[in-house]
Design a protein around this ligand. Structure first.
Ligand code: GDP
Length: 329
């Protein structure tokens, strides 16, 4: 029998890669997209025709319950969230409602309907925040430092409560930074890839960047969504940190991107103090041992391959006029 997977946040980067994975496995894939965001369905490109989109207000418990009742999904992937972390300071309450509210409403619907649905909650390394040890596991204490991280942590605990109290098969994937050519240009990987491509093509001549020494655990989004799926196929519902376990600096990122197009980055990159974030001395890096042992999950795409693919994709897009040479700063 065809399994139905229900996805919130389907029009984002992870929604695309997850839909691709699930369609390839024969799932019926249904995305819940708020009425005011219907135009973003076009971002699914080639997949837009292969998935079903339901127009549903994620802030309505009634609408979400109806959708779950009608679809009887085997699996729910709750990915909906504003993606850019610093923006959560501008709208803490909206961030909380979208992230925590949607998780709570979907979990309640599943429980009240008595369905055997398996539930994936998209958690984030932002819940660790001010870490005092590295690398992190799912047992590391949580000290979120921004409204996004706090909302993700609340959603995480709500999921845990539903698992412990009501026996739902629910789990959190605590994902570290995961990138792809589909990353919006305000993120540093895509910002750098796009700039390297545009400079190579002579469309611009400078890149302003923040802290070159900031470090992140950057992986490929396509690898990370595979871990989401594997979590829901496991015998027991457990939480996992998902990352590569390797830290790179922004400096490494710039060097790698510019060397893909045979350019010396130092000729083009300048640092802009206004782009430097405060409090960035924490080392957010995953210990993915549990995912390797239990889920047999390992990243397949290296940091270098990821950055090269991003730069080359942006070169093609720029040549086709499909993207503006200046990304967000
Ligand atoms: P985040 O980890 O979700 O905040 O993802 P980002 O891609 O926005 O930032 C990753 C890291 O790159 C952070 O440590 C930033 O401080 C650092 N960084 C350095 N320069 C820049 C920049 O110009 N733009 C962005 N977005 N991040 C930068």
């Amino acid at each position: 029998m065809t399994k139905t997977a229900l996805i919130t946040g389907i029009t984002g980067q992870d929604g695309y890669y997850l839909s691709h994975l699930l369609l390839g496995k024969g799932y019926r894939v249904v995305g819940l997209v708020p009425p005011e965001r219907q135009s973003s369905v076009a971002k699914l490109d080639d997949l837009a025709e292969q998935v079903e989109i339901y127009s549903v207000n994620l802030t309505s418990a009634e609408a979400l319950t109806q959708a779950v009742e009608q679809l009887q999904p085997a699996e729910i992937y709750n990915l909906a969230a504003p993606s850019f972390v610093p923006a959560s300071w501008d709208d803490p309450l909206g961030t909380l409602d979208l992230i925590t509210g949607t998780a709570t409403r979907l979990l309640s619907a599943t429980r009240l309907l008595g369905l055997p649905t398996r539930f994936y909650q998209a958690s984030s390394s932002e819940i660790f925040g001010e870490v005092r040890s590295a690398p992190q596991t799912a047992e590391t204490p949580f000290r979120p430092k921004n409204p996004y991280g706090a909302a993700k942590l609340h959603a995480h605990w709500t999921m845990v409560h539903h698992r412990d109290r009501y026996g739902l098969f629910a789990c959190s994937g605590i994902l570290y930074n995961h990138e792809s050519p589909r990353r919006p240009p305000q993120f540093v990987t895509r910002k750098i890839a796009l700039a390297a491509a545009a400079i190579k093509l002579g469309l611009r001549d400078r890149l302003s960047i923040g802290n070159l020494e900031a470090k992140r655990d950057w992986g490929f989004a396509g690898d990370h969504v595979e871990a989401m799926w594997r979590m829901l196929q496991a015998d027991t519902a457990e939480d996992y940190v998902i990352g590569t376990g390797v830290l790179h600096t922004v400096r490494n990122l710039v060097e790698t991107a510019f060397s893909c197009v045979d350019l010396d980055w130092q000729k083009y990159v300048e640092t802009d103090p206004t782009l430097v974030r405060e409090d960035e001395h924490f080392q957010l890096v995953a210990d993915p041992t549990k995912a390797k042992n239990n889920l047999h999950w390992e990243p397949q795409v290296s940091f270098e391959q990821l950055i090269e693919t991003m730069v080359k994709t942006d070169i093609e897009r720029l040549k086709a006029g499909a993207v503006a040479a200046m990304g967000a700063s």
